[in-house]
Write a protein that binds this ligand. Structure first.
Ligand code: FNR
Length: 364
């Protein structure tokens, strides 16, 4: 498929749906429950408008911003996602190269399909390690040590998965580890030969961060034991920046700010966790009001265009992340699809800035 066919996130999604086996597409695209949370996020973003302004010279515009004191060429980065190589062999490293080109963070999932050290190297340091606390924490603290040794400067602690949300579209296909074949799954793959042959040739993706002595990751192991004491322990052993991802409550945000988080990532996990959670944009407004102007706030969940990014910056985010749109673009047309999607998002943002009379995202 041709990257030039991608003119919007929705088009990338449609192309991804054609190329991927349904079970893989539904794993990426699906959301919790009846997916009302995903629709709520869309409605909330659609309800936000941007004010056009006229007769300002907007010929010279910059999409750059500052993130933890360093320049990032875009105000959006790559949200951590598990098993990206399912979308296309080598997807993790495509994302890493993108992060290096634009000096934006690439979130590396605990359950990434490429070792964290390799991604950090290819991303030229523009990678953050995302951590899940699980079980009694033994493996979790080993992973922190490993990330420290590897040279990561930023750790993202994801706190919105005390239990993995029920996503019927994922469950329906029996999409879990270890993967078991059934006649329906064989047919699904046979109907998508391009994906099946390239994935077969590259070898089935695996979780790549669990080849540590004395530690086997179990996706189904409960993450429910994490508490405020866990946060303090992580804070105590992590010398770099600590971002806490999956925050939707203003009291929680205020407590994180008091207890030493360096940034808060407002997120509903892309509507994959609690179906009834508020739209992340509504939470963002409340959290910004509570923590004041100086606390760095990041945002993800449901962003589907450059205009969506601009809206959330206006609502109080300092930086944003996209998840599914980047995987759709890779699934649709590989690395060229990813670059095309990035260019589309950048154009949408730049044009929206011109139409609203902005030349610089740092103006506040
Ligand atoms: C995710 N997300 C996620 N988050 C995280 O902290 N660790 C993880 O391993 C994953 N894995 C994951 C897999 C897939 C397939 C998706 C779609 C998402 C959540 C992700 O970081 C982010 O919060 C959402 O994807 C943002 O919403 P959009 O942009 O996908 O709508």
């Amino acid at each position: 498929m041709r990257a030039s066919a991608i003119h919007s996130v929705e088009e990338a999604r449609r192309l991804a749906r054609r190329r991927l086996p349904r079970m893989v597409f539904d794993y990426i695209d699906g959301a919790a429950g009846n997916e009302a949370g995903a629709r709520r996020a869309r409605h909330a973003l659609d309800a936000v408008t941007l004010q056009p302004r006229i007769l300002r010279d907007v010929s010279d515009r910059s999409l750059a911003t500052t993130l933890f004191g360093s320049e990032a060429a875009r105000p959006f980065g790559i949200a951590p996602m598990g098993m990206c190589n399912l979308a296309w062999p080598g997807a993790d490293l495509m994302l890493a190269r993108l992060a290096a080109r634009y000096k934006v963070p690439h979130g590396i999932s605990t359950v990434a399909s490429t070792p964290m050290e390799r991604i950090l190297e290819v991303a030229e340091g523009h990678a953050w390690f995302q951590l899940y606390f699980s079980g009694d924490g033994t493996g979790t603290f080993k992973l922190i040590e490993r990330a420290k040794q590897a040279g990561f400067k930023t750790l993202v602690l994801t706190v919105d998965v005390p239990e993995v949300g029920r996503r019927p579209r994922e469950l329906r296909h029996g999409f879990k580890m270890p993967f078991k074949w059934s006649p329906a799954r064989v047919l699904d793959c046979a109907l998508h030969p391009h994906w099946s042959l390239s994935t077969l040739a590259a070898g089935a993706p695996r979780m790549a961060n669990f080849n540590m002595e004395g530690f086997e990751f179990d996706r189904t192991e409960s993450r429910a034991k994490a508490d405020w004491d866990t946060f303090k322990r992580v804070r105590a052993v992590w010398p770099g920046k600590l971002v806490v991802k999956g925050v939707l409550d203003a009291d929680d945000a205020a407590q994180l700010a008091r207890e030493g988080a360096d940034a808060i990532q407002v997120s509903t996990h892309g509507a994959r966790q609690l179906e009834s959670a508020p739209a992340a944009t509504d939470a963002l407004i409340k959290i910004r009001a509570r923590v004041g102007p100086d606390m760095p706030l990041f945002f993800d969940s449901g962003l589907r265009s450059g205009e969506d990014v601009l809206k959330t910056l206006y609502l109080g985010a300092d930086f944003t992340f996209l998840g599914r749109p980047l995987q759709f673009a890779i699934a649709a047309a590989g690395e060229r699809g990813l670059q095309k999607m990035w260019d589309v998002l950048s154009d949408e943002l730049s044009i929206a800035m011109a139409q609203t009379g902005q030349t610089n995202l740092r103006q506040g």
